[in-house]
Design a protein. Sequence first.
Length: 645
Amino acid sequence: MDRAERPRAVPLLGADDDRPALIEAASGRVLGYAELAQAVHARVEGWRQGGARAGDLVFRLCRNDRETVIDYLAALTAGMPIALLPAELERGALEELVRRYEPEHVLGGDPGAGARREARAGGDPGSGSESESGSGSDSGSDSGSDSGSGSGSESESESESESESESGSESESESGSASGSGSASGSGSGSASGPPPRPSPDLALLLSTSGSTGSPKMVRLSLAAVTSNARAIAAALRLDRGEVAPTSLPLHYSYGLSILDSHLVAGAAVLLTDESLLSEWRPSFGGARVLVTSRRSRWSRALGVESVPITTLPRPMSVELLRKFRPDLAEGDAGLDGIASELGDLPLALHLAGSFLDRYAQAPFGQPAAYLESLRKGNLLDHPSLQGKLSTETPTRHELHVGKTFALSLDRLDPDDEVDALARALLARAAYFAPGEPIPRELLLKTIALDGEETAFRAEDALGRLTVLGLLESGSSGSLVIHRLVAALALGLAESRDAQASVQEGVYEEANRINASGFPGRLVAWQAHLRHVADRAWNQEDAVATLLFSALDSHLSRTGDRKGAQRYSERAVAIREKVLGPEHPDTATSLNNLGFLLEAVGRPLEARSYYQRALAVLETCLGPDHPDTKVVRGNLQSCSDAGIA
């Protein structure tokens, strides 16, 4: 390869092997130095294909997560000055910053925030594509977990100042533009003097100097200054490749960023966590307590956090909550219990349902039975009552759209990330299991192709991501539980298209294996899932459906529920007669199974009829001496021996 075609080395990386560079505390995902460099180069290439170029100004609304770090290093590599801003920055403040500095790209923000820019006024149109859609970055999504950043050295600010003095690139001002050498904030676009100048070639990083970026005030840093500062801190602290630094301050703080830079340049590892906010508010003395509501269930032990799971409401409380909206309804109203069950006893959903029943109390469709029936038609989350359209504000001022509430977590899963993509696939599969029932971990994993130890590790990381984000709950013995409304949301994922077939195949294979073992008790623990998967396939009318019905028929027969088994056995016969024809050997197998079941429940005359039909088919198709033919003949003979010949 020609020297000019070789990718530029990624700044700040002090290693190029597989040793850990970034570790995400929430999921346990590890990104080695070589993999990190590849991700950075891929990001740069994506930006370039989208029209981005060196000198483009980038705003990054950052969290202490992997995507922010990749964007940061990619900007340094591509020669694109980057300003790191807090992800929670108020919309007005962000809009003001965009107006003043006129960045070509705004990454990591809410697409609906209204502060994104397509291009610098008067600039090259080719450089103006938004990173979310045009420059190949994952900017539009908050992938990964909300992670936080670590510890550092008190000497950092002195080293930074010294380095900047030597480079001659540091300045501070409240007005001016990000380009040139004497100022660090924009004066607005559309001036009579023409398009604003492009940033200085030496500019690499913009950091806010105040606790609030509402008053735009930036320090300009060159790449040489950033690098020398990181090396100075690493040397002062004697950092080596064996270090692992947990993060505790945001990356948009110079102190927090120095932890990342100094450890990367030393070839050490950085543990990305989202515990910075908790650390900030956690009392350091006295007897005070702080109550934090979070989707996250695992926290660093060093923080002294006591996790208290918040579960759904007990059923009596769910019904009581609904009756607060409709006190005219009887306490034992079956419709209210059904609504609570359908909504999985989720408080927000119950509040919205109660508001609907109250608003339309005089209408036929506002009665519990009618409302319950409408909920059961189609996707639960599509019902207007659960989208906040028909309700007033909740006491907690919570988002009134149930789907959007869960989507906040779902949006953290980046489809372009291996682990997150696997997490989305597993969530789509979990949605086809019975909601609210513990799913055996190995059964869920059986529904996805795991080829080798590395994939198995990624699968465990993916399950960790789902539990950390609150999309799956951890049950006993490693089992996992999906809420009914999360399942409704997951059924809308693109990954769900192939998920049902994978779940049906995995569930049938495991159920058939247990049935063959002769120990049906092992299947009793997750019988609800086999029944749920089979019921969803009721109208499928294909070979997979009949296998599921036969497996459930066999299991229920072995556990004494022969009446329940008969329903699935009859359905298997009906499908095979319709799809394969009445003279097919598989149809004969289903006829024999139904005959065996009817004989067991004391209906020998009906059983004999099915045996005779099955025997006639098998003698014609397989011959009188085939083992299957002999089995059916023996079953028929047993009826005759019982005195009904």
